[in-house]
Every structure is written in C-alpha cells, then in structure tokens.
Write a protein that binds this ligand. Structure first.
Ligand SMILES: [Cu+2]
Length: 473
C-alpha cells in the first residue's frame, strides 16, 4: 500500500473544490472575453445550469473522497473509480460516432453533401463575432407587404387601362416578332443574405439566416415570359457561404449552381420565368436543410400573362420550422440543433419567422375578396393550411396555374418546398384563425389571425357569443 496514501485523499478533496472555483471563474471570464456582457446575458441560463451541475458533481465527489479517507476503505475508492469509468463508457459508446470538431459532437448523416453538424470553428467564430451581428428588431415579414399586381385579368380594368394609354399617346403598336417575348419585361431582384440575431419570442434569441433581414424573404412578383435578373450579395459579416435556388427557374440548381457567394461577394444571374405559378426560393448552400432551417426561404409569384383575377386584399404567409438546442420557451441564446432537424422535431413552427409573426397585420372588411399566397419552407413537415371559420372558395392546388382549380376547400396541403394560393370572400366580422391543422403545431407557434370588421349579417351566422365566453376555462 505504499503507492496509496489516505492522507493524500484529504488534499485531493480540497484540490477538487479549488478546481471547481477556478473552472467557474475561467468559464465566465472566457465567455466575457469572447462576447462581452452581451454573450454572458445570452448564455445566462446555460451558465447557471452548468455551474449548478459542476457544483453538484464537486460536492458528490468531495463527499465520497472524504468518506473513503475517513473509513480508510480502499474498496470504496475503487468502486468510485468504477462508477466514473462506467458512466464514461456508457456515454461514449451509446451515442455513436463522435466528431471532435463539430457541433453537435454526435451526428452522422448520409446525404450527398456535407452533414448538418456545424464545424466547431464556425461555432467559435459565431461567439467571437457575436457583437458584430446585426440585431433585427422584428424578424417576421409583414404578411400585408405584397407588391401590386402586374396585370389584372378583369375585362373592365384592361379596357380602362388601354383607353388611358391611348389617350396619353403612350400606347404603341409593336411588331410581336421583334420582341423575345410579347409583354415580357426585364426584372431586377435584389437579395442580400444575412446572419443576424433576432428574438423568436421575448427573451429567446436566435441566430437567423435570412434573405433581406426577414423570414420569409420578400415576395417577388414577376410575369410569365419576363427575364429575371437576380443580384445576390452576401454581407461581409456572414460566417457562411450562401446562394439561391429559385423553383421558378429552369437551369442547374435553379440558380444555385451560379449564385454561391462568400461573405462580401456579389453575383448576378438571369433566368426566364417560363411557367406561371407561385414558387419557393431558398438558399441551397450545403448543408441545404440547415440553411433553410435558419430561415432562408421566400416566394416568387410568376403571374400568368393574362394576370390573376382582381381581389381586394392579398397576404403573404410562409410556414417554417426552428430547431433550437433549448426546448420550447427556454430563454437566452438558442443555437441550432442539427439532431432535432434530422429527427424532424422542431421546437417552433412559425408563420413568418416567429410565433405571432403575422399577428395584428392581417385586416379586412366584410365583403373583401382575399387572396393568400401561402408557402412552406419546411424543412420537415407539410402544412395542412386551414382558416378556422372560413372556406376557401378557390384553391390553386399546390399553387398550380393553368390547370383545374379546386373549389370549396376546407384545408389545403402546402408541401415543404411548395406553396398554395387560396381565395375567399369574408362575409362576417370576427377573428379568423390561420392554422396548420396538425394542431399541436399551433402550440409551437404556427397560427395567426385575420381580423375582419364590418356589419354582422345574421342570415349568414347567428349565435350568442357571451355563452362561449363564460364557459372559457
Ligand atoms: Cu445559406
């Protein structure tokens, strides 16, 4: 027993306490050195938990070491070593392959590109540069921010427009053979890829990646036959490469193959909008799903040449999923969780980027005809889009144009990476709730309200609203 001295154990127990104190100070100082007070604030919840766990482990080890010392019992010391070794073996083997330099450490994928794990270097860069990130006050795209129609397929309007043009002398007859596409216009779209900090909900901050600082990105409106020129600029403070894939484009990667931009870089490419419809655009930089799950998606409407029928109000709603390390509601900075994305279990499901993203921004009057451009950035789940208390009298199924329309639909499918267009007239005042009818997703944030004001018509709907209010619990 010369190699083992019980008196050393007492010393060891104090060294342990010292190590805990030094470790705590070092971690807090390290976080402060990396990102200052701001990062400390973001990581507050995690730090409190980590320090708590370290305290408990230190106290438990202190207790066991002291017990071994007091009782002079070597077998107890050995059993403690066994316990530590056993737990270490269990954790390291059961979690599969380990990647030392990525986050999360244990994630394996078999996709065509790189896996969804974030290289540790990027995570470190993120924390080191946290003070340089833009803060976006509200990440949610305004659902009422829809560009004006290019053409409206109402005979009266067209006639009035023609008369006005003739009267002003601007209407000129053009030989159709001299233009590449009759009525086609050259349209310039500008996309800026950004990596920003914004709140999912009060006190819950996320590192969103966006097009033009909102989720979804802007709704673009072009016309069948137009030449679309896309300029994409990746902001200098970005940590990742980005690009854009337009589902409305025909060509390699929908533009993805020619639009990859490093931080600070700009690229330009053109495509012809050959097919009418409502199309998703998204970042397709590897890992594609990771970029989309950070918020990099939006819609482009390619109006048919004859235009769409006139409506009174148009809205833009896009469903998405957020995969955060912290479970729903956990405060502080929430970083992306690749494993949850692989499993398809988002912590948040959103309409326009965050819970409440479209709230208070969709208003109409009784009698208004409404059209909604509904998209789905996914990445995992199709949306069963439904408006409580409304019936879509017209649906462009999967946003298809030129084919048969659906009529009198209750719930329409909006596939991940797809869209739908719904039309209806609001006949009765009240609050109409937009949902993904996989209803537990409303609890994860996927809902919004269309507020309709005007006169109530009892021949359409009648009842005693006060009874329902009293029975609320
Ligand atoms: Cu990207």
């Amino acid at each position: 027993m010369n190699f083992f001295s019980f008196s050393k154990l007492q010393k060891l127990s104090w060294i342990l306490v010292g190590a805990f104190i030094a470790g705590t100070v070092l971690v807090i100082a390290g976080v402060f050195w990396l990102g200052g007070i701001e990062l400390l604030r973001y990581l507050q919840v995690t730090l409190i938990q980590a320090i708590g766990l370290a305290m408990a482990v230190t106290a438990a080890l202190f207790f066991f070491i002291r017990l071994v010392w007091r009782l002079h019992a070597v077998p107890m010391g050995i059993s403690m070593l066994f316990f530590i070794l056993g737990v270490a073996m269990f954790i390291s083997v059961s979690m599969g392959r380990m990647y030392a330099l990525q986050y999360p450490v244990f994630v394996q994928s078999f996709g065509p590109g790189q896996g969804p794990g974030l290289p540790l270097k990027n995570v470190a860069d993120f924390f080191r540069n946290i003070d340089k990130f833009q803060h976006v006050e509200d990440i949610a795209r305004d659902p009422a921010d829809v560009p004006a129609p290019i053409t409206i397929s109402t005979a009266d309007n067209l006639l009035a427009e023609l008369e006005a043009l003739t009267a002003s002398g601007t209407l000129q007859l053009v030989d159709e053979n001299t233009t590449p596409e009759a009525g086609g216009t050259f349209r310039e779209l500008y996309l800026e890829t950004t990596e920003v900090l914004a709140e999912i909900a009060p006190g819950i901050t996320h590192n969103y990646w966006t097009f033009n600082n909102t989720v979804p990105g802007p709704l673009f409106r072009v016309q069948e036959g137009d030449i679309v020129e896309v300029t994409i600029y990746n902001r200098l403070e970005s940590l990742h490469h980005h690009n854009v894939d337009f589902h409305a484009a025909t060509g390699p990667g929908g533009g993805g193959a020619v639009s990859m931009v490093a931080p600070g870089e700009t690229k330009v490419f053109r495509f012809k909008a050959m097919n009418p419809g409502l199309f998703v655009y998204h970042c397709a930089a590897p890992n594609m799903a990771v970029h989309m799950a950070h918020g990099m998606y939006g819609l482009i409407l390619v109006e048919p040449k004859e235009g769409l029928p006139a409506v009174d109000k148009e809205f833009y709603v896009m469903q998405g999923e957020l995969y955060t390390t912290g479970t729903i509601g956990r405060r502080g900075l929430q970083v992306f969780d690749a494993q949850k994305m692989m499993d398809g279990i988002p912590e948040y499901v959103t309409f326009n980027g965050r819970p409440g993203g479209v709230m208070g921004k969709m208003k109409a009057e009784v009698g208004d005809r409404i059209r909604m451009y509904v998209g789905n950035g996914g990445v995992a789940h199709n949306s069963s889009f439904h408006i409580v208390g409304e019936i879509f009298d017209t649906v462009y199924p999967e946003a298809s144009m030129g084919g048969a329309l659906f009529h009198n639909v209750q719930t329409t499918n909006v596939p991940a990476g797809g869209a739908s267009i719904v039309e209806f007239t609001v006949d009765y005042p009240g609050k109409y709730v937009l949902v993904d009818h996989a209803l537990m997703r409303t609890d994860k944030g996927a809902w919004g309200v269309l507020e309709v004001t005007g006169t109530a018509d009892p021949t359409i709907f009648d009842g005693d609203f006060t009874v329902a209010a009293e029975h609320k619990h």
